[in-house]
Design a binder for this molecule. Structure first.
Ligand code: 5GP
Length: 128
């Protein structure tokens, strides 16, 4: 059974797409910690990030690196935080989070429940 993220890759489930190439996809988290919270995934489905083959692992972080300046600019944040958790969705992914303080990366606090208009507006900020 494909992961929810593989269903996003195949187009079976829609997403708010930030960027894509042959091997990687970035899209907005639907329950973000802060506006602009973005997930970056390899299209290839592997559960645990440290089980990725090394080129894919490096490629994932390089793809994330390329997105960070634009995200930072779009949300006017101090930094883009990066983290890997992976306890919820069994498909390797990196969280990119516009942050102004430590609490912006606190996964223990309640997540946002944005409307599709909110998500569309954030995407517009990122992609212009
Ligand atoms: P983790 O596996 O790193 O603990 O968390 C998975 C993340 O994926 C969560 O932040 C959650 O909000 C997000 N997420 C789960 N299902 C979907 C989905 O169908 N679409 C999108 N865009 N994000 C999702």
């Amino acid at each position: 059974m494909p992961s929810i993220f593989s269903k996003i890759v195949s187009g079976e489930i829609p997403c708010y797409k930030v960027a894509e190439n042959d091997a990687f996809l970035a899209f907005l988290d639907i329950n973000p910690l802060v506006p602009g919270h973005t997930l970056v995934i390899p299209k290839k489905e592997v559960d645990y990030i440290f089980d990725l083959d090394t080129p894919t692992y490096h490629g994932l972080f390089a793809f994330a690196k390329d997105l960070a300046p634009n995200l930072k600019e779009a949300f006017g944040s101090k930094r883009i935080g990066i983290t890997v958790i992976g306890l919820e969705v069994p498909h390797a992914h990196v969280h990119l989070i516009p942050i102004n303080s430590m609490k912006d990366m606190d996964f223990g606090r309640p997540k946002m429940n944005p409307t599709s208009q909110d998500l569309q507006a954030w995407l517009q900020k990122i992609n212009g």
